[in-house]
Design a protein around this ligand. Structure first.
Ligand code: PGA
Length: 254
């Protein structure tokens, strides 16, 4: 049995006051959802603020949106996995499509970040997904296999044992056009099969989240699919009522 996981990716949004208000609203909204694991990923400058608040309450976990491919040292501007762990993060989003596209993160860089996050004691959340052009050219499985296999290549056969995967079709992110539940399920099953071919034990327990225009209104049907174990939520995570609606849908899917 895989416990549902719903993660809010706040991206580069908010100011101190807004972050405080959002977290307060989330605490109010999410008090009764113990059946689902909930995590928020604020921008780096607000991690401490959220962690201080979160320590008093408990129900909501903390994650980072990115991690350096290096450990501590002379890397100006970078933030190491060890620092993030020290700040109370448990999870780190790795290889989000915005990082891949806007910051030129290749499969090899993403694999290095994944391993660094894991070695620092964080749960890496590997984002995979095809572009609209890949999809139109029928290359979805090829692209996703390469994204997953790069991590196996660097980390070995058991690399997905303490990890999460998020399937986020690039064409669905921030567009309001989510993948259909059947479409998403097909890719999730493919991801699980790809991991199972190397490590059946990891594949059985691996949580595979769907991300890309998830809203309270479409979450239930997505999360009802066999291989969809929760969501990675962008825009809707900035609205406490909407995020709570998504978490409620995940409770029902458990
Ligand atoms: P979205 O973003 O929910 O706004 O589509 C998802 C993500 O980028 O993780």
């Amino acid at each position: 049995m895989r416990r549902s996981l719903v993660m809010g990716n706040w991206k580069m949004n908010g100011r101190r006051d807004q972050v405080q208000a959002l977290f307060t609203a989330l605490e109010d909204q999410l008090a009764s959802f113990s059946a689902v694991e909930m995590v928020v990923c604020p921008p780096y400058p607000f991690l401490a603020l959220v962690h201080d608040r979160q320590r008093e309450t408990s129900g909501i976990g903390l994650g980072a949106q990115n991690v350096s491919m290096y450990s501590d040292g002379a890397y100006t501007g970078e933030v190491s996995g060890e620092m993030l762990r020290d700040m109370g993060c448990e999870f780190a989003i790795i290889g989000h499509s915005e990082r891949r596209l806007l910051f030129s993160e290749t499969n090899e860089v993403v694999a290095k970040k994944f391993i660094r996050a894991r070695d620092a004691g964080l749960v890496p959340v590997l984002c995979v997904g095809e572009s609209a052009a890949d999809r139109d050219a029928n290359r979805t499985e090829e692209v996703i296999a390469a994204q997953v296999l790069a991590v196996f290549q660097d980390g070995g056969r058991e690399v997905f044992r303490q990890a999460v995967v998020a399937y986020e079709p690039v064409w669905a992110i921030g567009t309001g056009r989510a993948a259909s539940p059947a479409e998403a399920q097909k890719v999730h099953a493919f991801i699980r099969k790809t991991v199972a071919a190397r490590d059946p034990e990891a594949a059985a327990t691996l949580r595979i989240l769907y991300g890309g225009s998830v809203k309270a209104q479409n979450a239930r049907e997505l999360f009802a699919q066999d291989d969809i174990d929760g969501g990675l939520i962008g825009g809707a995570a900035l609205n406490a009522v909407e995020f709570a609606g998504i978490c409620r849908a995940a409770c029902g899917a458990n």
